[in-house]
Design a protein around this ligand. Structure first.
Ligand code: IPE
Ligand code: IPE
Ligand code: MG
Length: 239
């Protein structure tokens, strides 16, 4: 089987999942957060090296304050606990997004987690918090412009590789497979640059029910796809 090196996941449907059980939306977020560790383990066992989760978008601030607070608290406690999980599973953790809007204690914890797990060479887990792809590109452009004005970067040096090195995902290969749970078929401002040639897989299963078997199904579907990158395969050229 052809295993994707990097899988990006839009974990969606926590609220609807909870509602279907007669429970409040925040219960869905709690159970959704609990599901992350098992999927990380399953991914690594399958041979996936990079996993990138969309946890909170730049647009998610538009939700009711109590829900935003509940999600932020869950993320904070997940990442605190993650130091232990990273050590146990030899997992490197990175966080992408505009972190400057987060509580300063939260920012410090993220930095400590990234530093303490930097040398682990198992799964590379990336979590997107206050992440929006357009915001990421604008921040990258601002930084590039500043470097140009400071004489540290020449306009002629700017190419796709250089631009990518200014994004939050610098050093992380582009995703091979994007999975979105819970039936929606849109990107919601996720990794627009990085997903240029990725395969997309949509499933109706809501995130809290998305376990190892569901991940395997997505990888199997990916494995059967024919990726061409705009060119032709050797066997197609000679017919
Ligand atoms: C995904 O579940 C989690 C976040 C966006 C933080 P949702 O909260 O979007 O759940 P639905 O889509 O409303 O069911
Ligand atoms: C996308 O899900 C963001 C995350 C999963 C964090 P949403 O549920 O917020 O997206 P929309 O609003 O349905 O597009
Ligand atoms: Mg949603």
């Amino acid at each position: 089987m052809n295993i994707p090196n990097h899988v990006a996941i839009i974990l969606d449907g926590n609220g609807r999942w909870a509602k279907s059980k007669g429970m409040p939306r925040n219960y869905g977020h709690t159970m959704g957060a609990k599901n992350v560790e098992g999927v990380c383990r399953a991914a690594y066992d399958l041979g996936i090296r990079y996993l990138t989760f969309y946890a909170f978008s730049t647009e998610n601030w538009n939700r009711p304050r109590a829900e935003v607070e509940a999600i932020m608290n869950l993320l904070e406690s997940y990442l605190k606990n993650c130091q232990k999980i990273a050590k146990k599973n030899n997992m490197r953790v990175r966080v992408i997004g505009d972190l400057s809007h987060l509580d300063s204690k939260f920012q410090e914890n993220i930095k400590a987690l990234e530093e303490s797990s930097a040398a682990y060479d198992g799964l590379c887990l990336t979590i997107a918090i206050n992440y929006g792809s357009r915001d990421e590109m604008v921040r990258a452009m601002k930084k590039m412009t500043k470097d140009c004005m400071a004489g540290e970067l020449g306009v002629e040096e700017i190419n796709e590789e250089k631009f990518a090195s200014y994004l939050d995902t610098a050093g992380i290969p582009d995703p091979d497979l994007l999975i979105r749970t819970s039936g929606e078929q849109r990107l919601s401002n996720y990794l627009l640059w990085q997903l240029a040639y990725s395969e997309f897989y949509f499933t109706d299963t809501p995130w809290p029910d998305f376990h190892e078997e569901e991940l395997k199904k997505a990888v199997e579907a990916y494995s059967a796809r024919d990726r061409r990158y705009g060119g032709l395969k050797e066997e197609e050229i000679h017919v």
